[in-house]
Design a protein around this ligand. Structure first.
Ligand code: FAD
Length: 188
């Protein structure tokens, strides 16, 4: 590792790799990682029309007959507004080459969605946020160990919510080489 302009070599029995979008580029090919797809998602904050209303967190499964929106999520963010986003619709990107800007058609779709479904939000106030997803095909996380390397990856947009559980599983994997995560999270 490097710190303060100095390079240090660290020797350890076990390494835990949680490098997000960069995981596949760090681990050896022999680690049998499933395909990890990095996409750039662009939820946005919208201003509530009334400061007096409390907003819930929500998930909304939009009927596919109504268009390619699918799963929508949202939550109030103090000081920012209400975050609303489409789940996993963004373009595939190289994590080092992100634009940090929404795809115009998807931003317009999000605005139209908010105008239709959330009359309490001002659909014309969208303040976009850039958010990288690193996703597996099944959206199951990868939590496993190969030799002395433990990996936690592929959180498919849900990593933050499960941080305590993920940390607990990774700690077990790192300190007990017989420990295994639940079956859906194992490497093949
Ligand atoms: C705007 C936004 C909103 C989100 N909201 C939610 C939410 O509401 N709920 C939810 O569950 N999830 C949410 N997520 C997703 C969640 O943040 C991710 O699933 C989670 O952070 C993934 O964790 P990770 O450790 O795999 O990757 P990351 O959090 O990306 O961490 C990887 C780290 O590894 C570092 N790294 C990479 N390469 C190297 C290297 N060679 N050496 C050293 N360090 C390296 C990176 O700098 C980075 O700090 C959101 C994400 C974003 C961007």
């Amino acid at each position: 590792m490097e710190a303060g302009g100095e390079r240090y070599d660290i020797f350890a029995d076990t390494v835990v790799v949680t490098a997000g979008a960069w995981t596949a580029g760090i681990l050896p090919r022999s680690s049998a990682l499933p395909r990890l797809t990095v996409t750039e998602e662009s939820p946005a904050h919208f201003a509530p029309r009334s400061p007096d209303h409390a907003w819930p967190s929500f998930n909304h499964f939009v009927d596919p007959q109504r268009g390619p929106i699918g799963n929508v999520y949202g939550m109030p963010t103090p000081g920012e507004g209400v975050k609303v986003g489409f789940h996993m619709v963004g373009p595939v990107v190289d994590p080092d080459e992100r634009t940090f800007r929404p795809v115009p058609e998807q931003a317009a779709q999000l605005r139209d969605y908010v105008a239709e479904w959330f009359r309490g939000l001002d659909a014309d106030t969208a303040a976009p946020i850039s958010c990288a997803y690193t996703s597996t095909v099944t959206e199951d996380f990868v939590l496993d160990r190969r030799g002395r390397i433990v990996v936690g990856a592929g959180f498919s947009g849900h990593g933050f919510t499960f941080t305590p559980a993920v940390g607990s599983v990774l700690a077990d994997l790192a300190t007990d080489d017989t420990a295994r995560a639940a079956e859906p999270f194992r490497l093949p």
